[in-house]
Design a protein around this ligand. Structure first.
Ligand code: CU
Length: 498
């Protein structure tokens, strides 16, 4: 009675008081290739997928685990207190057990498109994820459409890992294991060209080269290079949990502009966004505004986001929004339509030609609106990336999680971080709790985008910079789930200034 009275009074006194949003992590049944399957999701009490807080307010979430197993959810791209980052064993002692819940509350410092996803073992493969969109006032006046690409397999993540790394069960490190400082460094195991060809099969590689050169355009420069694109053969590619035969169909208004919020929520696939007949303006990447870039095709690596404005033609119609997997014909997508009865209701699951590998063509054209904050003191950090496809070993500075020596910075220092990828595969590298500015690609200085996830191509170097303003232990890892699972993770330890 007394509590009810207090609550009523607090509600009456206005907007300064709001209850936390309960987000439920649970499984759902969906149809993929005509079969019923159980996949994860994260929903609000009204069934809405994801969380849409308003800029300038609080992130205030009670996360409830209704899965049959433990989970922990990471707020991908958010600047937040370290202990709320959602990494069991590093920023919180334990994952959340089935039936349990945990409260996460902090002041939002950003706007834009982010992502929430399981950071527990290989659970992300079961699509335990949702959009996390911080809306500003202008967003409330414009239609917002989330387009999340996902990859799906009828195999369990453990089966997939077992096939990639046959001795995985004995050697795979639990991702929630607390890291220990390594004292022995492993020998360098870069994959050479011959091993690479043996792995892929010379025949399929030749096919791929041919198809890629057919589709060569400004992005085709890397076609024909010997590199590994897709470790995992997936059974389907989904958009917002829909397979191409039954895509999501969203009503839009002719003549109006829609903000598309693309999120690569896959576990092992990099995508090409394809807007089809629509013309787009890329206005933000990883939540951060850029100088607008016009186009119909944009690159979207694992863990990245891309906000694209499209104006629906005055004549109306039905418009597919596609995501095609690099190195494959496979694609997924959804439909925007102005029609009560859309002219068509499905998406071709195979494109006419194989998509080329992602490259640096877009990245070199992206320019952030913000200048980089400066600091008196600077620290240079190097991350050497090596890999061995045959043994499925992926390392940062010759180390494998949890046997890692963390990288160090002091609070307030300008951190210059160089990724030196000596492997034959591209790695989408993600730093928790920070936004960094891309300042150099293969030695070419750029006023690049602000990001939290950067795709580092084979045999190349990327340098990013940021001020280490936020103390704590911040995960730094490849977002290819099976590379993470094989230990391609470390962390940045930012020590407080006082
Ligand atoms: Cu990787």
């Amino acid at each position: 009675m007394k509590l009810n009275l207090i609550l009523s009074l607090l509600i009456l006194t206005g907007s300064s008081f709001a209850l936390p949003t309960v987000l439920e992590v649970k499984s759902q049944t969906i149809q993929v290739n005509g079969k019923s399957v159980q996949l994860g999701t994260i929903v609000q009490p009204d069934g809405t997928w994801g969380y849409y807080p308003q800029a300038g307010g609080d992130f205030d979430v009670i996360l409830k685990n209704d899965l049959a197993e433990s989970t922990v959810i990471h707020w991908h791209g958010l600047i937040l207190p370290n202990q709320l980052d959602g990494v069991a064993g590093l920023t919180q002692a334990q994952p959340i057990a089935p039936g349990q819940q945990q409260h996460y509350k902090f002041k939002l410092q950003q706007t834009g498109s982010y992502w929430m996803h399981s950071h527990q073992g290989l659970q992300l493969q079961t699509v335990v994820e949702a959009p996390l969109i911080i809306l500003d006032k202008a967003d409330l006046k414009q239609q917002q459409v989330v387009v999340m690409f996902q990859d799906f397999s009828f195999k369990t993540p453990e089966q997939i890992m077992g096939e990639l790394k046959p001795n995985a069960s004995s050697t795979m490190h639990s991702m929630d294991a607390a890291p220990v400082a390594a004292n022995a460094s492993a020998p360098k195991m870069a994959l050479d060209h011959a091993q690479m060809m043996a792995k892929m099969g010379a025949e399929s590689m030749a096919d791929m080269d041919m198809d890629m050169s057919d589709s060569a355009d400004e992005h085709g420069a890397h076609a024909g290079m010997a590199m590994d694109l897709n470790d995992v053969e997936y059974d389907a590619y989904l958009t917002n949990y829909h397979s191409p035969d039954q895509p999501q169909i969203t009503q839009v208004v002719a003549g109006k502009t829609v903000r598309l919020r693309f999120i690569n929520g896959a576990s092992g696939s990099n995508f090409w966004i394809n807007l089809g007949k629509l013309n787009g303006q890329l206005v933000a990447v990883d939540g951060q505004a850029i100088k607008p870039l016009s186009g119909k095709r944009f690159e979207l690596a694992l863990g990245q986001r891309a906000d694209v404005l499209v104006k629906i033609p005055a004549a109306g119609g039905t418009f597919p929004l596609l995501g095609q997997v690099e190195g494959l014909k496979a694609q997924t997508g959804m439909l925007l339509t102005t029609q009560a009865k859309p002219a068509f209701k499905s998406i071709e699951s195979q494109a006419a030609v194989v998509a080329p590998a992602l490259d640096y063509a877009d990245e070199l054209k992206l320019h952030s609106i913000e200048a980089l904050a400066s600091a008196k003191d600077k620290v240079n950090l190097k991350l050497k990336i090596t890999g061995d496809m045959q043994n499925y070993v992926w390392q940062i500075n010759d180390q494998t999680w949890p046997n890692v020596t963390p990288l160090h910075a002091k609070q307030g220092q300008l951190v210059s971080m160089t990724f030196d990828n000596q492997s034959m595969m591209a790695h989408p590298m993600h730093l928790h709790g920070y936004e960094f500015k891309v300042i150099s690609i293969n030695g070419k200085r750029i006023n690049g985008a602000m990001r939290d996830t950067i795709l580092v191509l084979p045999n190349s170097q990327v340098t990013v910079e940021f001020v280490a303003s936020n103390p704590g232990k911040w995960m730094l890892h490849c977002h290819m789930l099976y590379h993470m699972g094989a230990g391609m993770m470390t962390y940045l330890d930012v020590t407080p200034s006082k």
